[in-house]
Design a protein around this ligand. Structure first.
Ligand SMILES: [Zn+2]
Length: 136
């Protein structure tokens, strides 16, 4: 396989994997019942202070600033949105809103995250194979 054909194939694979990942992530994470109590009491899911204590709007069960704090960790890759929801940090997003426009930088970052994940998976696979070989 020449380099050009290999590049083309990698491109196709990335597109296919993105579609797969989208499918997988569509199984929406569930918000824990235990945290519903904070929601019903009108408390912020992050700092647990009343949402009315700050004169900003509430976003997905958080003070705006608390929500931004969570989003910073998510964009830093230290947390995923699904984790934040299943840990009861943010409420699941309600449909609607403007669809996010795919920009070149978003595409690049997504592809990078995907290839990093793949490399990680490959490394784990190798380690597993090595361990199995040792046991024999
Ligand atoms: Zn807060």
């Amino acid at each position: 396989m020449d380099i050009e054909a290999a590049r083309k194939r990698v491109g196709q694979l990335i597109v296919e994997l993105q579609a797969l990942e989208r499918m997988l992530s569509e199984g929406s994470p569930s918000f824990p019942d235990a945290m519903q109590e904070l929601v019903s009491k009108g408390l912020c899911l992050n700092c647990k202070e009343p949402l009315s204590s700050k004169k900003t709007r509430a976003v997905r069960g958080n003070h705006e600033s608390c929500y931004r704090e969570i989003m910073r960790e998510i964009s830093a890759g230290k947390l995923t949105e699904s984790e934040a929801i299943s840990q009861g940090l943010i409420l699941p997003a309600v449909g609607g809103g403007r669809p996010t426009k795919m920009t070149r930088v978003k595409e690049l970052v997504q592809n990078k995250a995907l290839t990093d994940k793949l490399a990680e998976g490959a490394a784990v696979g190798k380690k597993k194979a090595k361990g199995e070989a040792k046991n024999e």
